[in-house]
Design a protein around this ligand. Structure first.
Ligand code: AMP
Ligand code: TRP
Length: 347
């Protein structure tokens, strides 16, 4: 039997393997950055990291083709600009590595429909839609394939993806039971701070790319400083004046603003509250939060534009990433095919 390099490595007490994905649909917003990307960058040392631009996932809802192509490159540039280092992290485009779609098919065949119909993201995304693609239902199986192909230990994501990672665990366990030990059972890693950045216009709904067109909802990672100031100025708060963390739904707006400030500054909750004891009302709070966001994003935006000035180099980095990803996932896929009883073509 053929054993992939990683499976052997998995048996050794080597580096922890990290896999995460992000969709190249819509502009990258502050929730993606604080809930996912920032943590990926900070924790890329001493681990084997794979970060995947999941274009196969993106088309589960219609994407304008030229726009998808543009957003995919732009997202890659944002990831490198934010500090993912191609020598420490493999950054690649999902559709460049055929093993992902192949894994999805085989895993489909061990996944009961009922598991998929229960997914809250599917229920939310399909609600009030006239037509829902089979791809939307199947989305978490594709995601399970992404994760399992790399013998992943840790999946750093925002809170909204916890259920999908749980499903990937269930699928791995079921496959292992039916066909014998094959996959590492992964774990979601969800940082407490930043895990759920809420919309500025409505602090009861998570900040999301799909609402980016709504004025004042999201802050784009590439937004100009003036725009960022404006978005925060308009942020919904409450009629009080207390600047403290709180889980009172009435005060969700202020809580969200403090949460954003907390992840960016890396300060504790009491330090953050201390920083605002002298604040003159919510106007002051909003201005100071906008200021730390602008400062955090400025160097990323600068590097982003430098990278986009040389897309040839960007494409080379992505090709290198895909080549490395394929060198790991292709042998794993061969192992899976062998386990389920396929004949492998002679090479
Ligand atoms: P997506 O844009 O759906 O591909 O999400 C990419 C990553 O960003 C995932 O790990 C999500 O959990 C995370 N994410 C998206 N929106 C938010 C948010 N509002 N707060 C925190 N994390 C988020
Ligand atoms: N579904 C994830 C999201 O929308 C993106 C994703 C696809 C992913 N494949 C993954 C995240 C594998 C972690 C691991 O955020």
């Amino acid at each position: 039997m053929q054993t992939s390099e990683l499976t052997r490595e998995a048996a050794a007490p080597g580096k922890r393997r990290v896999f995460s994905g992000i969709q190249p649909s819509g502009e990258v917003q502050l929730g993606n950055y604080l809930g996912a990307i920032k943590g990926w960058v900070e924790r890329q040392e001493d681990k084997t990291n794979f970060f995947c631009l999941v274009d196969l996932h993106a088309i589960t809802v219609y994407q304008e083709p030229e726009e998808l192509r543009r957003q995919t490159r732009s997202l890659a540039a944002i990831l490198f600009a934010a500090g993912l280092d191609p020598d420490k992290s493999t950054v690649f485009i999902q559709s460049h590595v055929p093993a992902h779609a192949e894994a999805c098919w085989i895993l489909n065949c061990v996944t009961p429909m009922g598991w998929l119909e229960r997914m809250t993201q599917f229920k939310d995304k399909s609600a009030n839609q006239e037509r829902v693609s089979a791809g939307l239902l199947d989305y978490p199986v594709l995601m399970a394939g992404d994760i399992l192909l790399y013998d992943t230990h840790e999946v750093p994501v925002g809170e909204d993806q916890r259920q999908h990672v749980e499903l990937a665990r269930d699928i791995a366990e079921r496959f292992n039971r039916v066909y014998g030990e094959t996959f590492v059972v992964p774990e979601a890693v969800i940082a407490e701070a930043g895990a759920r950045v809420m919309g500025l216009n409505d602090p009861t709904a998570k900040m999301s790319k799909s609402f980016s067109h709504i004025r004042g909802h999201a802050v784009g990672v590439l937004d100009e400083p003036k725009e960022i100031e404006r978005s925060f100025k308009r942020a919904v708060t409450d009629s009080g004046n207390e600047i403290t963390f709180s889980d009172d739904p009435e005060r969700a707006g202020v809580n969200n603003l403090l949460g954003i400030y907390k992840v960016i500054t890396g300060r504790s909750s009491s330090q953050v509250e201390g920083d605002f004891v002298d604040a003159r009302g919510y106007g002051d709070l909003k201005a100071r939060v906008a200021e730390v966001v602008i400062e955090e994003l400025a160097p990323i935006q600068k590097r982003y534009h430098e990278i986009m000035d040389d897309v040839g180099e960007l494409d080379r980095l992505l090709a290198r990433g895909a080549e490395h990803a394929a060198s790991v996932s292709t042998p794993k896929m061969d192992e899976v095919k062998e386990k389920v009883g396929f004949t492998l073509p002679r090479s």
